[in-house]
Design a protein around this ligand. Structure first.
Ligand code: 0O2
Length: 226
């Protein structure tokens, strides 16, 4: 077994409590991801303040962040038949650090994403536009996997972060759909197809709402410019 395997196996305190004293490398890696989350959150907070100077409101409604739990990391590695090593985590799981940006309007999503990706120290690894191309169930959001440097005491480390950008309506739908999907009784429910159809209808309604609200903003901005 490689050193990394040993490190990883012993990371998982919930699964291997006897080895918890060797959890340090895993904890250190998680701390780096936490630092990366802070860096990305700050970048968005700066953009929010700067973009609000030229208009009368802020493009960002709220920011949520999360660090993937050891149980989820372990489960994802197993599902993908990947070795239980720190290298496997860093090289294959790009959603350990997650930053979710909730915007007022769809066009704010693209303005913010473009502004972020123009920054010298941000590298785009992957972009999935589920707003232009919603998932079959109706899910909408813009997903970016980016790589950014974190500046530590004696080194600079490149870290990957998943950024999800959504409107309030997209977030409202995704949060409820997530809760309903994980209800244990749902999968075997004979109404599953009907429930899925209704959820998709709700997603379409939320998209209409987004476009409508954006039109209203356009009208208000137009009236102000006259
Ligand atoms: P959590 O707890 O939010 O982190 P991958 O995760 O990379 O193996 P995939 O499908 O390639 O799988 O990733 P993708 O499409 O970028 O989506 C990953 C994340 O987007 C999910 O993370 C959710 O946060 C969100 N998401 C994607 N599809 C849906 C959906 O249909 N409904 C809802 N509510 N959220 C979705 P996690 O790890 O599943 O959950």
């Amino acid at each position: 077994m490689s050193t990394n395997n040993t490190e990883w196996t012993t990371q998982l305190a919930p699964f291997q409590p006897n080895f918890s004293s060797a959890a340090e490398p895993f904890r250190r890696l998680m701390t780096y991801y936490r630092c990366a989350i802070m860096e990305v959150e700050t970048k968005f907070r700066v953009l929010d303040v700067q973009m609000s100077i030229n208009r009368e409101n802020n493009p960002i409604e709220s920011i949520k962040t999360r660090l993937k739990s050891p149980e989820s990391i372990f489960g994802k590695l197993q599902r993908r038949s990947l070795p239980l090593t720190l290298d496997a985590i860093e090289n294959n799981l790009f959603d350990i650090a997650g930053v979710r940006i909730i915007c007022s309007f769809p066009e704010d999503i693209y303005s913010l994403a473009d502004a972020l990706l123009r920054q010298d120290d941000v590298t785009l690894i992957e972009r999935k536009d589920y707003i232009q191309n919603p998932k079959p169930n109706g899910y909408r959001s813009l997903h970016l996997i980016i790589e950014i440097p974190i500046f530590l005491q004696n080194e600079t480390r490149m870290m990957k972060v998943e950024v999800q950008l959504r409107t309030i309506a997209m977030d409202f739908w995704a949060s409820l759909e997530h809760k309903l999907r994980y209800k244990k009784s749902l999968e075997n429910n004979e109404d599953y197809d009907e429930i899925s159809r209704q959820l998709k209808n709700c997603a379409e309604l939320s998209a209409i709402l987004d476009r409508w609200m954006e039109n209203i903003r356009g009208q208000i901005d137009g009236a102000r410019d006259i």
